[in-house]
Design a protein. Structure first.
Length: 186
């Protein structure tokens, strides 16, 4: 079969790797000032939801044919797991970078907030079809939708439910990732 349907996964993985490249670069710097960290943190945060977003590409399985469904599952899961891995690595590295300027307690709360913010970012991408660059190219429309979701939670129950559940999934994954790296399994 000569299908290029899943070629979008390569683009999604490219976007997912951007935050990891940013934190890898920042970790390699011998000296990092707060202004540089603040700038790259904003860029990093803008692209970070792209990494776990790939998991939601599993919804494309509903259009797969039965004879090659197993292959589609393998392909999408390979990309999704890679996206999750670079998400956790990047988050772990950013936590290390922030450790130089924030207390451990504040970083713990901040990391948790970032994880759930990513859940919201994935919702915006998957269901409202926003892309990372639309914060620059279409900020008015994006801001209106975000404000509407935040200030009208009962109208947007699906957004809040997805954000909380997906954020909880990412949070548990991050805890497992930390435990595995602490024990040198990864």
């Amino acid at each position: 079969m000569n299908s290029f349907f899943y070629l979008f996964l390569v683009w999604n993985l490219f976007l997912a790797i951007i935050p990891f490249v940013i934190t890898s670069y920042l970790m390699s710097l011998p000296k990092l000032n707060k202004l540089t960290l603040a700038f790259w943190f904003c860029v990093w945060l803008l692209f970070l939801p792209n990494a776990p977003y790939i998991i939601t590409d599993l919804l494309h399985l509903k259009i797969s044919t039965n004879d090659l469904l197993w292959l589609d599952i393998l392909v999408i899961n390979a990309f999704a797991l890679t996206g999750l891995l670079v998400f956790f690595l990047s988050l772990f590295d950013m936590k290390t970078l922030l450790n130089k300027i924030m207390s451990a307690n504040r970083i713990c709360y901040f990391t948790t907030f970032i994880i759930f913010l990513c859940g919201f970012g994935v919702y915006l991408g998957r269901f409202l079809r926003y892309n990372s660059w639309e914060i620059v190219s279409n900020p008015t429309h994006l801001s209106k939708d975000v404000i509407n979701i935040i200030f009208n939670p009962f109208t947007h129950k699906d957004a809040w439910l997805f954000t909380l559940l997906f954020g909880a999934f990412l949070y548990v994954g991050f805890i497992v990732f930390k435990a595995l790296t602490k024990d040198k399994i990864l």
